[in-house]
Design a protein around this ligand. Sequence first.
Ligand code: NAP
Ligand code: COA
Length: 294
Amino acid sequence: MAALQAEDVNADDCLTSYTYIYSPDLLKNQVAFITGGGSGIGFRIAEVFMRHGCDTVIASRNMDKLKQAAKTLTEATGRRCLPLCMDVRQPESIMAAVDETLKELGCIDILVNNAAGNFLCPATSLSFNAFKTVVEIDTMGTFNTCKVVYDKWFKDHGGNIVNISATLGYKGQVLQVHAGSAKAANDAMTRHLAVEWGPSGVRVNAVAPGPISGTEGFRRLAGHSAEAAGVFQSIPLQRAGNKTEMAHCTLFLASRASSYVTGAILVADGGTWLTLPNDVSMLLGIASSQSAKL
Ligand code: NAP
Ligand code: COA
């Protein structure tokens, strides 16, 4: 349980203690390419994978952040972490990053599509470009990265894809039409690619997190204010999730522990989407009380 209790941090630090649930060599000598791996859930996925013997690539737009994250991850785990600059909206930048990965690390066994952008915004205030931007990062960015990694490596060697999704579209979460639509498309994409690429030895699955503390997503979606207002008491498990829990779900889907699973979406939200209030005025109230504090 130590791993789960040591979680409550806002900074992208590694865990100070870790108790293995899975075999420590579950991903021994594998290579994982993790988009958005320099912060939040992606950083913790990288850490947990590295603790299981994996080398990682963390790839996103901000190279300074990635370099610092890679240093922290390698110091904590002793595994190699290669920081690479790329924008999931720019296929050429993904191709360059994948080429560099294959040159430096020799293979890619796992792709985690974790990069995303989000903010709370009512549909009426959302500009055309705002909606488009989120769809371009979340949906097209996921497809772009899947396609480049498949064409350059998975097609001939097999592999494992885990998409980080969300439950926002399940009941039409307020102020989230952009991200909910984008992630719903990703869930469909997960099943389409699982069907098309299964015969090449590629499994494609998704993890759909609920509110995860210590993350940018939690901050932007008014998680702290919701927690303070007691909203999470209405969730079946009565608390926010943590990054290590998301990393363990991702590890399950990325490893041989789930060898006969493909096209699946693992909802890891403590039951949040089933019971969380979905009321515009309440959430706007919570969001505005948060922005007043920021
Ligand atoms: P985060 O730390 O902000 O992670 C998002 C990452 O995506 C950042 O590292 C960012 O790095 C990268 N990114 C953004 N745009 C990019 C682009 N165009 N190209 C390449 N990389 C890009 O947020 P998080 O909360 O951990 O979210 C991680 C994942 O979990 C997301 O898919 C999110 O939708 C999902 N999720 C989170 C929650 C939650 O409560 N946190 C709930 C449900 C789902 P750069 O700025 O360096 O590009
Ligand atoms: N509310 C409403 N609209 C917003 C917004 C907000 N909070 N933030 C940005 N937008 C709009 C912008 O106004 C712009 O639209 P416009 O041209 O019509 O004015 C559009 O979205 C694109 O914004 P821009 O800042 O140019 O995009 P970007 O590509 O530089 O950044 C974002 C993408 C907006 C998603 C940015 O927040 C980001 O990089 N996020 C990554 C981290 C993150 O979101 N983490 C949480 C993941 S759950």
